[in-house]
Design a protein around this ligand. Structure first.
Ligand SMILES: Nc1ncnc2c1ncn2[C@@H]1O[C@H](COP(=O)(O)OP(=O)(O)O)[C@@H](O)[C@H]1O
Ligand SMILES: [Mg+2]
Length: 273
């Protein structure tokens, strides 16, 4: 008589990181300065799914930029692990496109050549690269300005060049550290709309640091709030509004409710002395 051996049913546990574009596990960062250690990030834990746009809010000095630099592999973690597409980050990531408050364009290069700059750092420019740069310049509405120098552009236009440049290598993730903070309010709103429409057509996994709660809600699928002392993630909230979004979403009472909730969490929660 044959015996049937029934294996006990084990709960299914996917291998760690399999389904996430970005993960942070117990990430800590301490800077060693002349006046002693500065704990910029005490402990960060999060996962970001592929194609999610995640905004990070928090008071100045709470470690947002440091966290982003660690995701990009430009600062090592003191402890803990960050992964991109399941691979631990151990150095600068070529799969990440980046944008900062300062567009850092090369003044002697044309708009088109600034967009192509990251390619030219790695290899000779091919006709397809040029086509892609021109396509991106159409996307950011700067195609007519492709031969201009940065000094001939407004602040918002320069940031749009920086956005096209960040996308030139078709990065799997887009990391943006307060890219619109230096712009006036109207230009900033226009940039938000431009970024939202580009995201609607590219669906890049993105981390977007901002001080503007409204910008965070309008642009993102999720909002993480970082608190200070200890510097950790104190809120992780999914934004419920369907995409594509129109500016009129701000008139939705649920938008205002979320705005007030996030505002209170930034102002009141972080201080643990
Ligand atoms: N390169 C560095 N060396 C030493 N301390 C730093 C460095 N970068 C940031 N810090 C400190 O780490 C803390 C977090 O800074 P940062 O990540 O820039 O915060 P945020 O972007 O939220 O304003 C601050 O106290 C800041 O002074
Ligand atoms: Mg910062």
């Amino acid at each position: 008589m044959s015996r049937v051996i029934v294996e006990p049913e084990l709960p299914f546990e996917p291998p760690a990181n399999e389904f996430h574009a970005i993960t942070a596990r117990a990430v800590q960062k301490v800077y060693w300065t002349a006046s002693g250690p500065v704990e910029a990030v005490a402990e960060a834990n999060f996962e970001i799914d592929s194609g999610d746009f995640v905004a990070v809010l928090g008071p100045s000095g709470c470690g947002k930029s440091t966290l982003m630099l660690m995701v990009a592999g430009l600062e090592p973690t003191t402890s803990g692990v960050i992964t991109l597409d399941g691979q631990p980050v151990t150095g600068p990531q070529t799969t990440a496109g980046m944008m900062f408050q300062d567009p850092t364009l090369l003044p002697w290069r044309s708009v088109l050549d600034n967009v192509l700059f990251p390619v030219s750092m790695c290899r000779p420019i091919m006709p397809d690269d040029r086509k892609r740069a021109e396509h991106l310049l159409h996307m950011v509405d700067l195609w007519q300005f492709r031969d201009k120098r940065p000094r001939e552009l407004s602040g918002g236009m320069r940031q749009r060049v920086a956005l096209a440049r960040a996308l030139i290598n078709d990065p799997s993730i887009l990391l943006m550290d307060e890219p619109f903070s230096a712009l006036d309010a109207i230009t900033r709103d226009e940039m938000g709309l431009a970024l939202a429409s580009i995201w609607d057509s590219t669906h890049k996994t993105a981390i977007f640091i901002t001080h503007s709660i409204r910008e965070a809600i309008f642009l993102s699928d999720r909002v993480l709030v970082m608190g200070r002392r200890p510097s950790t993630i104190i809120e992780d909230i999914r934004v419920p509004f369907p995409r594509p979004r129109k500016p009129s979403v701000e008139a939705d009472p649920a938008f205002n409710e979320l705005y007030l909730y996030l505002k209170a969490s930034i102002v009141h929660k972080p201080v643990v002395q």
